[in-house]
Design a protein around this ligand. Structure first.
Ligand SMILES: [Zn+2]
Length: 56
């Protein structure tokens, strides 16, 4: 278990040891979606908004 700080609300988020880069986790405090950028060291950033229209 590792703690990272939510870049949105600065809450400490516990993340399990089995996360992989690219995984999306949700902040339990503010609900924002965070993308795991790296696991060593554990780094997260705000996940990009996914648009409904994937067209083209
Ligand atoms: Zn948060």
């Amino acid at each position: 278990m590792t703690n990272v700080m939510c870049p949105e609300c600065a809450a400490q988020i516990e993340i399990g040891g089995d996360v992989v880069a690219g995984e999306i986790v949700q902040c339990p405090e503010c609900g924002v979606e965070l993308e795991v950028l790296s696991t060593a060291p554990l780094t997260v950033d705000l996940a990009p908004e996914v648009e409904e229209d994937w067209g083209e």
